[in-house]
Design a protein around this ligand. Sequence first.
Ligand SMILES: *Cc1c(COP(=O)(O)O)cnc(C)c1O
Length: 475
Amino acid sequence: MPQLTKAKEVQSKIQTVKTIIEPFRIKSVEPIYFNTVQERKEILEKACFNPFLIHANDVLIDLLTDSGTSAMSSQQWAGIMQGDESYAGSPSFYHFEETVQRITGMPFIIPTHQGRASEKILFSILGGKGKYFLSNTLFDTTRANIEYTGAEGIDLICDEGKHPTIPAPFKGNINTKALEKKIAELGAENIPLCIITITNNSGGGQPVSMNNIVETKKICQKNNIPLFLDACRFAENAYFIKLREEGYAEVPVSEIVKELFSYADGCTMSAKKDAFANIGGFLAFHDEKLAQQSRNLLIITEGFPTYGGLAGRDLEAIAIGLNEIMDEHYLQYRIRSIEYLTHKLIAAGVPVMQPAGGHAVYIDAKGFLPHIPVSQYPGQALVGAIYVEGGIRSVEIGSLMFGKYDSTGNLIPAPLELVRLAIPRRVYTQSHIDYVAEVIIEVFQNRNSINGLEITEESPMLRHFTAKLKPVNSD
Ligand SMILES: *Cc1c(COP(=O)(O)O)cnc(C)c1O
């Protein structure tokens, strides 16, 4: 099993012995509205124990998602003012296009309003019944867009990625042996794409190694299957490669990124992640025909090809953010701050996924609350307890999100019951993170008082967004 010693070596070379500081100053601030434990108890009840139904002003530290919640830089805000809103041929589009072309090395760039809009277009063209899309792990919107066309998505995560506490360096890798086997079994002609998600969001924000992408590319090439990247966190993944993979310690992140994309035939992107933007996304291709087909759909659902689903100002903010994200001081601070929170929790005995991922800390709710059976949604119960204790909003990634029912109505649980604390980019300081650790450790010390939940209302798809719950035996 690969070890993390390499990362420690590189890290000590890159990092000084001094505290790693936030690589920015604060020019504009937003207030946090404080409330009490008693008030939060009532708010949570009113929100039916679902964090998505809590008003954001009732949250002190919002770790629901890192998507679209980044703080933009003064450069990006200046870009917002300069954004050109011409319907066709806006200079902001050409700035955006040139930037994405330079980073991805791909000639055909299509702006969309967010990642899933890119997915919707791509899979509408390539999906359909009898088609299979193979991946390390498909993100939930990616899977939903694949399945909506009647096609099937198949996750082939590597063995170490299945174990929450094995501290392997690249737990986001695809299992290349399983990939070869699956291709042989299903027939290459039925597989329009392989998609590698970097970093692997649903698998704990764990990175994929360059070597794994090279191996995957070889297999794809041999079988004439295009390789795509779901590139939402390409910069975080590149920094992990610098830290952990042999031969990359001295390579600039921008070069690692270039190499990553050089193996891909195309990519989907949500600019709400590694582009510091509050909205946006894109598709990038080498294949002109696929680009043309995508533009035809784009015009129906998103807009004219030089703005997609975006305003000119958004295109500016994305173009600027894509350059800022590759700043190595930023990436060092980013990756270290997730690790910092993870280590604080480990030191207090809180069961968390290891090693730390790139954008979030994942608590193992089954280990945290062994007295709550999975049928009573321990992850969701923990989300509620963390909110009440400290006003921190997190999200369950477990059986509420991914659970299904068998024919007799019994829950088929998800493989893991996790609570994700996603850290927005450039938003919170070290003292906010210290506070988060204190709150979670306090909840951990009082964990035996936490009760399980039952669902009172749910929708058939993506039920976690709207489900209503109540504590068991609360009638
Ligand atoms: C967020 C995300 C998406 C979807 O992007 P949206 O902008 O939220 O539509 C797709 N894949 C991954 C890995 C993501 O993290």
